[in-house]
Design a protein around this ligand. Structure first.
Ligand SMILES: Cc1cc2nc3c(=O)[nH]c(=O)nc-3n(C[C@H](O)[C@H](O)[C@H](O)COP(=O)(O)O)c2cc1C
Length: 202
C-alpha cells in the first residue's frame, strides 16, 4: 500500500474547541478525546474557534440557491474541513443554557450546508452520501437536570446538516473553575475512551 492509499483509509477527526477560555474544562476533555482518537489511528485536526473570525448568520438567504455562504470570512476555511472529516467532535461549555456564541456562530453558518442538503438536494449530503459521526462534549457549572438539553438538540441538528450521525455526548455538571475537570480523572479517561471508540467502531 502506498502512503497516499494509507492516508485515504485513515479516519479524519475534526475537534472543534468552542470555549473562549484556553486551557479550560472543555478543552481538556476534547484534548483527551482527540488523544484517544489518535491512539485509535486517526488523523486529527484541532480547530480553536477563538482563533477564527466567524460572523453570525445574517439570514440573507444568500445560500438558498447555491449552498454557498456569501459571507467571506474564516468560515469559508471551515466548511471544507466539516465535509472532509469522518468524525466531528464539538466541545462547548454551557453559557446561559446554550452553547457559546463562538460555537453558535459556526453552527448557524452551517445553514449553507442545510440549504445544500434540504433545498438543493445535494446527493453528497443525502442518504447515499458520505457517512460521518458527530459527538458532543460539554460541561456546566450548575447541577440543573436540564442544563444540557438545549445544547444537545442544537448539536444534533448541526451534525445533521452534513450527514453526521449523532453518536452521543459526554457531559459533566458542577464544573466551573478553569481546570475543575482535572479533579475528575475518570471524566478525562471517559473522554479518551470515547475518542478511541469513535474511530474504532466504524
Ligand atoms: C457567560 C457564561 C454563562 C454561563 N452560563 C452557564 C449556565 O447557564 N449554566 C451552567 O451550568 N454554567 C454556566 N456557565 C459556567 C460554565 O459553563 C463553566 O464555568 C464551564 O466550566 C466553562 O467551561 P470552559 O472551562 O471549557 O470554558 C457560564 C459561564 C459563562 C462565562
Amino acid at each position: 500500500m502506498t502512503i497516499d492509499e494509507a492516508k485515504e483509509l485513515e479516519m479524519k477527526v475534526l475537534g472543534i474547541f468552542g470555549s473562549p477560555r484556553r486551557g479550560g474544562n472543555t478543552e481538556l476533555l476534547l484534548e483527551e478525546a482527540l488523544k484517544g482518537a489518535e491512539a485509535g489511528g486517526a488523523d486529527v485536526e484541532r480547530l480553536f474557534l477563538v482563533d477564527f473570525t466567524i460572523i453570525p448568520c445574517k439570514e440573507c438567504h444568500g445560500c438558498d440557491q447555491t449552498g454557498e455562504c456569501v459571507i467571506l470570512d474564516d468560515m469559508q476555511k471551515i466548511y471544507p474541513k466539516l465535509l472532509e472529516a469522518d468524525v466531528i467532535i464539538l466541545a462547548s461549555p454551557i453559557f446561559f443554557y446554550g452553547v457559546t456564541a463562538w460555537a453558535k456562530a459556526l453552527i448557524d453558518r452551517s445553514q449553507a450546508l442545510w440549504a445544500r442538503k434540504y433545498l438543493l438536494k445535494d446527493p453528497s449530503l443525502g442518504k447515499g452520501g458520505k457517512k460521518r459521526k458527530g459527538f458532543f462534549i460539554s460541561v456546566g457549572a450548575t447541577k440543573g437536570q436540564k442544563v444540557f438539553e438545549g445544547s444537545i438538540l442544537t448539536a444534533k441538528y448541526f451534525f445533521d446538516t452534513f450527514n453526521a450521525e449523532y453518536s452521543g455526548e459526554l457531559v459533566f455538571r458542577g464544573v466551573e473553575a478553569k481546570d475543575d475537570i482535572s479533579k475528575h480523572p475518570e471524566a478525562l479517561q471517559q473522554a479518551f475512551e470515547a475518542g478511541r471508540r469513535l474511530v474504532q467502531d466504524r
